[in-house]
Design a protein around this ligand. Structure first.
Ligand SMILES: [Zn+2]
Ligand SMILES: [Zn+2]
Ligand SMILES: [Zn+2]
Length: 134
């Protein structure tokens, strides 16, 4: 089990019971999650929570780098994220997400040389089955 992420909203964002419930639900998510799942879970403690607040909370966390969207197909899913360069191993069977430091992306210098492209960042996530589901 990964340690629970310490999620905080930017200081200028007012903390409300609804936002707090959304944050708690995201913090306790064990793998990939959707906004609708967070909404369902958080409404148990904050019945007045709106789906728009959940989206806004996820967006704030995304900008802070604590949450990242997964490419996925169909429904947009997110994962909790920590700072630093890494990629995700996403299990399509159970939804668990593991982080890996392994990175085989071409160096920015090679992209610049071959394509004249100035790469700032890249995103790579792996989809498959985890060791428990394989
Ligand atoms: Zn991550
Ligand atoms: Zn799995
Ligand atoms: Zn990388």
């Amino acid at each position: 089990m990964r340690p629970r992420a310490n999620l905080r909203l930017p200081a200028r964002v007012r903390s409300t019971p609804q936002r707090r419930a959304g944050l708690d639900a995201i913090a306790s998510a064990t793998g990939a999650f959707t906004a609708a799942e967070i909404y369902d879970r958080a409404r148990a403690t904050a019945p007045k929570l709106g789906l728009a607040t959940v989206y806004r909370t996820i967006e704030l966390l995304r900008r802070a780098g604590s949450v990242r969207p997964l490419a996925g197909e169909g429904r947009p899913a997110y994962v909790r994220c920590r700072p630093g360069h890494h990629h995700h191993l996403v299990c399509v069977a159970c939804g668990s997400v593991e982080e890996t430091e392994l990175c085989a992306a071409p160096p920015a210098a090679e992209l610049a040389r071959r394509y004249g492209f100035a790469a700032d960042t890249h995103e790579v996530d792996f989809y498959g089955t985890c060791r428990r589901c394989a």
